[in-house]
Structure formats: structure tokens, C-alpha cells
Design a protein around this ligand. Structure first.
Ligand SMILES: [Zn+2]
Length: 135
């Protein structure tokens, strides 16, 4: 499934570089230990700007999902309908990622199931995270 091609900026470049090494990074606040993603200039809990990248387990659970039937991303139109699941990271369920869940037919997403991160290559050789149901 062709994915959107990420454009790394100064703030997100470490995330995308790590993805190319099949590692999932999230931001961690060194003042209060909150995890957050996507990267923000300050901590959502305490407002500190003392954030660093830390490697996540790559394990999570499916919170909910929807199915895109009539989306507007040109690169994705040929794949419709496709799943977009919301993943809660196991070490902090408030950290969420979107997933297409390769191999899971549209509308058949097992909400609550355990998932693990996988990485798929897009044009230009960049790896991007997706998630796979753990069976
Ligand atoms: Zn904090």
C-alpha cells in the first residue's frame, strides 16, 4: 500500500532517521518523565522544554479504528477502502499512532488486540512505521 512520504523537519528528523534503523522513538520529558508523540516544543503535562528522544517498545493495543472510503490523499485513493486504526502505546496509552494494519481487511479490525510496530519502505528509501496484529 503506498504510504504518504514523510518530509522530515528539524524537529522530526531524529524520528525518521531512527525509523530507517527500524527503531520507534517518542519524546520523553526529562522533568516529569511524560512520553509524547508527535514531537512538540514543550511537554504537554508540565510545559518543560527539556525533551529528549527515547526508544519505545514498539508494542501497543488497538484503541479504535475507522475505514477510509473517500479520502483526499491522492497517493492513497487506489487503496480505498483502507483501515486507519488508533494505536495506544503500551508504556503510555496516551501516546497514539495511526496504523493501516497491513493484512487486516477493511472493517475487520480486532479492537483491543495487541500490535507491534513494523516498518515499510516508501519512495526514496525512507522507512515508515505501521503496526501489525500480534497473533
Ligand atoms: Zn513534563
Amino acid at each position: 500500500m503506498p504510504k504518504l512520504i514523510p518530509v522530515a523537519d528539524e524537529q522530526s528528523k531524529p524520528f525518521w532517521d531512527a525509523a530507517n534503523e527500524r527503531r520507534l522513538l517518542v519524546h520523553k520529558c526529562t522533568a516529569c518523565n511524560t512520553l509524547q508523540f508527535p514531537p512538540q516544543p514543550t511537554c504537554r503535562d508540565c510545559g518543560s522544554a527539556k525533551l529528549e528522544w527515547t526508544q519505545a517498545s514498539g508494542r501497543g493495543h488497538i484503541l479504535t479504528y475507522f475505514v477510509v472510503h473517500d479520502g483526499r490523499f491522492g497517493r492513497r485513493m487506489a487503496d480505498q477502502p483502507y483501515n486507519v486504526a488508533v494505536i495506544a502505546l503500551d508504556e503510555d496509552p496516551r501516546v497514539n499512532f495511526y496504523a493501516n494494519l497491513p493484512g487486516v481487511p477493511p472493517h475487520q479490525v480486532p479492537v483491543g488486540a495487541a500490535v507491534k510496530v513494523i516498518f515499510e519502505e516508501v519512495e526514496g528509501g525512507q522507512l515508515v512505521p505501521d503496526w501489525q496484529v500480534v497473533r
